[in-house]
Write a protein that binds this ligand. Sequence first.
Ligand SMILES: [Zn+2]
Length: 385
Amino acid sequence: MDELAGGRRRADSCAPLPLLPDDMLAEILLRLPPEPIHLFRASFVSKHWRHLVHDARFLRRFREFHGGTPPVLGFFNNQPGPSLFVPTSDGFAPARPSKRSTDGWWALDCRHGRALLEKMGSRKLLVWDLVTGDQRYLRHPAAYQGIYHGTVLCATGHAHHGDCHSCPFLVVYVYSRRSDSAICACVWSSETRVWGEVTSIVIPSLSVYPKSPALVGNTLYWLLQNSSIIEYDLGNHILGLTEEFPYEARCSYQGNIVLMPTEDGLLGLAGVQGLNLHLWSLVASVDGLPTWTHQRVIDLKNFLAPEVVAGTFNYLVEAIGFAQDAGVIFIYVRSSVYMIHLKSMQIEEVSEKGDYANILPYTSFYAPGITIGGGDDQAEMLNKS
Ligand SMILES: [Zn+2]
């Protein structure tokens, strides 16, 4: 009897803990950091947790809880040396495109959870969702003849692009046409799977600078190879020139400037002079004409370690990229990259050092079906339930 009673006591001591109510559990999970690895791990705790984490309402609340600002997971880099994709977030390394080496791919741009790459020496383009692993291949538009650039963006009119993985998308290409000195643009839609009509504007002696454009509202802005800026209105498919950035100012940044949207929805620009990060904005002046105006000056000495500041003597400090969805600017200081969160002014150093220029940041929240792995053998596909 005692043995039985003892057995019962042992059994009682091993009884499972009472389950938390779902709403309480959701409140706890909402407070996990925004990097996908945390919800990824939570989804493995049990089938019940996976259902909760994959619930569309929970994921919407998770994005809202984090201010609608997706974390930076890494960036693409086309310089020799470092890897094509450099992770900045622990636990995130995408499976490789095409189950092959990333050698031979050139990254063009990243936006709204997708990256656009081209296979060098071929006419093949790849749109790659690094989080879900989705890959779509398409061909270059037939007509390009000169310098070109392309970008990818979500085709759904989200106020905040935090959940675009299953949305249709657009690929926008701009290129120089030598025959008539025109700059041309055309758009590929994932819904029609064809390139649309080419629109053009004659701008003699100028080419598109192959660097990530800024998306402001429904307009894309690319730098040209002097201080001019070309705009492409996605709604009306019209190309035009916007107010030129002062040439002397561009020279003071050694030409290293980054187009970006400002917090108040205007076209902006960043450049570093010495150790001062200058943020500019294209605002309407009193006479109504758009004018490039200093918006903010950030003294990087206040954010970098003294030994880093001391080491910048005789070295350029450059703005090399901007994560539009996350509001993070990337600064290159000798072989290090620093991420500056413009809202919080937090600064982080990217662990992988190297020779970087014009990097393309990738941002995304967690999504069901996430693929995480450093290579083909390590790729893990989550249950899509
Ligand atoms: Zn979107």
